[in-house]
Design a protein around this ligand. Structure first.
Ligand code: HEM
Length: 402
C-alpha cells in the first residue's frame, strides 16, 4: 500500500514507515497530496543518484513530454502564472543562467557579512518575548527571524518589512488548493510592491540583492520584471518556513534531550555540527520538489518510463543505516555528516549557508539569554505541523524563566 506521508502518525513517528518502505527496495510507489502518483526513493544512494543526474530527471515537465506548469495550474489568477516559471522549475541552460546570477549573493562571504544583521534581528526579537507567561517560541520568534533576514538581505527598507512579513504569512502557510487561494491577496500585494520597487531601483540604486538582480547583466541579457519577481518570491518561499522549522526543531531537541545544553555550553564550537545533525535527523524538508523522468531507463532495479514522476525522499536518505552509523541517534558532533537535507546536484539549496547561520545564531542567542528555558507542556501534548513535505511543530510553548 502507498504510504501516507501526510498522516499525523507518520509525522510523529516516521521511522517504522521509512523502514517498511526501504525494505521494499530503493524505489517504491507512493502517493503525495496534490501531486498524486509518484515513485519515491528510499535510500541515500538512490536519492543522491537521482539528484545528480539532471539530464535524466528534469524539473520542467515540458522537458519530459508533460504539461507545462502554467497549463496545469491554469486556474490560478493571471498575476501568479509568471511566478510558476521560477528557478526551481527550470532545467539546463535556463536554470544555470538564473542560478549564476543569484549564487554570489548566497556565497559564504555574503553570508558572513550578514551575520551581525542576523544577530541584531535575533536579539531584538528575544527582547520582545514575554517572560511572565508561556510563549509560543515558533510564533513569537522562529516565524519572524527568517523573513526579516530575507528582507534585510534583499534590501527591503526597514519600514516596509513588517508589511511584507504580514503579506507573506498566508503564502508560507499554503498547503493545498484552498490555502493557496487564501494566499493570493498577500501574493498580489507582494507582486505589486516588488514590481514598483524594480522601477524605483532602476532610478535610484540601493544596497541589497534585489538591486543587484535589477542591475545584473550577462552580456546584453538582463532579467525581465517577471523573472525578477519569480526569483524574489522563490527566495521568500524557499527561505522562510524551511528555516522557521529548522530553528523550531533545534529548539525542541535542546529542550528535550538531556545533557545537550551542557554539551554546547562547554564547547560552543560544536554548534555548527549540532545544527548539521538536526538538518540530517530532523530536517524540516522531508522531500524535494518532484522530478520528471526524461527518458525510459532502468534506475536502481526499476524500469522508469519517460514522463513518470520521482521524488527523492530526503528523510529516508538521511536515516539510511548504510550511509550513517547509528542513523537514528542524535549525535551532536557527528563527523562526517554528508546528509541530503539541502538536496544535491544542480538544484541543491541556494540558501543553505544562510539557513545554517540563521539557525546557529537564532538558537544559540536564545539559550544564551534564557539558559533555563523549559517546555511549558509535556512533549506528547505537542502537535506536529500538518504541511505537505515539511517537518516541524505547530507550536512550541515554553517558559523562558521557569
Ligand atoms: C533549513 C532551511 C532550508 C532547507 C531545509 C532547504 C532545503 C532545500 C532543498 C532540499 C532544496 C532542493 C530542492 C530540490 O532539489 O527540489 C532547496 C532549494 C532551494 N532553496 Fe533551500 N532550504 C532552506 C533554506 C533556504 C534559504 C534560507 C533560502 C534563501 C533565502 C533557500 C532558497 C532555495 C532556493 C532558491 C532553492 C532552489 C534552488 C534551485 O532550484 O536551483 N533555501 N532548499
Amino acid at each position: 500500500m502507498a504510504p501516507d506521508l501526510h498522516a499525523p502518525d507518520f509525522l510523529r513517528h516516521p521511522a517504522p514507515v521509512i523502514d517498511g518502505l526501504r525494505a521494499q527496495g530503493p524505489l517504491v510507489r507512493g502517493h503525495l497530496p496534490i501531486l498524486g502518483k509518484v515513485w519515491l526513493t528510499t535510500t541515500d544512494t538512490a536519492a543522491r543518484d537521482l539528484l545528480k543526474r539532471s539530464g535524466d530527471f528534469v524539473r520542467n515537465p515540458a522537458n519530459a513530454d508533460g504539461t507545462p506548469l502554467e497549463r496545469v495550474w491554469w486556474w490560478f489568477p493571471p498575476f501568479i502564472r509568471p511566478l510558476l516559471r521560477n528557478i526551481t522549475q527550470m532545467d539546463g541552460e535556463d536554470h544555470a543562467r538564473l542560478r549564476g546570477l543569484v549564487n554570489p549573493a548566497f556565497a559564504s562571504g555574503s553570508v558572513e557579512a550578514l551575520r551581525p544583521a542576523i544577530r541584531d534581528i535575533a536579539d531584538r526579537l528575544i527582547d520582545e518575548l514575554p517572560t511572565d507567561r508561556p510563549a509560543d517560541i515558533i510564533r513569537a520568534y522562529a516565524r519572524w527571524l527568517p523573513i526579516l533576514v530575507i528582507c534585510a538581505h534583499l534590501g527591503v527598507p526597514e519600514k516596509d518589512r513588517a508589511d511584507i512579513a504580514r503579506w507573506f504569512a498566508p503564502v508560507g502557510r499554503a498547503a493545498g488548493v484552498w490555502t493557496a487561494l487564501r494566499a493570493t491577496p498577500g501574493l498580489w500585494r507582494m507582486s505589486r510592491y516588488f514590481r514598483a520597487d524594480f522601477e524605483r531601483l532602476r532610478a535610484t540604486p540601493r544596497p541589497g540583492i534585489i538591486n543587484d538582480l535589477v542591475q545584473a547583466r550577462q552580456g546584453s541579457d538582463r532579467l525581465s520584471d517577471d523573472e525578477l519577481l519569480a526569483m524574489v518570491i522563490a527566495l521568500f518561499i524557499g527561505g522562510s518556513d524551511t528555516t522557521v522549522h529548522l530553528i523550531g526543531n533545534a529548539i525542541y531537541e535542546m529542550l528535550t534531550v538531556p545533557g545537550l545544553r551542557e554539551t554546547l555550553e562547554a564547547d560552543p564550537k560544536a554548534w555548527p555540527f549540532f545544527i548539521e545533525e538536526i538538518m540530517r535527523l530532523k530536517s524540516p524538508v522531508m522531500f524535494t520538489n518532484m522530478y520528471h523522468v526524461s527518458r525510459d531507463m532502468e534506475f536502481h532495479g526499476t524500469r522508469l518510463r519517460r514522463g513518470e514522476r520521482v521524488v527523492p525522499l530526503l528523510i529516508a536518505a538521511n536515516q539510511d543505516p548504510d550511509r550513517f552509523p547509528e542513523a537514528r541517534a542524535l549525535v551532536p558532533n557527528r563527523r562526517p555528516n554528508a546528509h541530503l537535507g539541502f538536496g544535491a546536484g544542480v538544484h541543491m539549496c541556494l540558501g543553505m549557508g544562510l539557513a545554517r547561520a540563521e539557525a546557529h545564531i537564532a538558537v544559540s542567542r536564545l539559550f544564551e539569554r534564557y539558559p533555563d528555558m523549559r517546555l511549558a507542556c509535556p512533549p506528547d501534548d505537542l502537535t506536529p505541523l500538518h504541511r505537505i513535505g515539511l517537518r516541524g511543530w505547530k507550536s512550541l510553548p515554553v517558559d523562558l524563566v521557569p
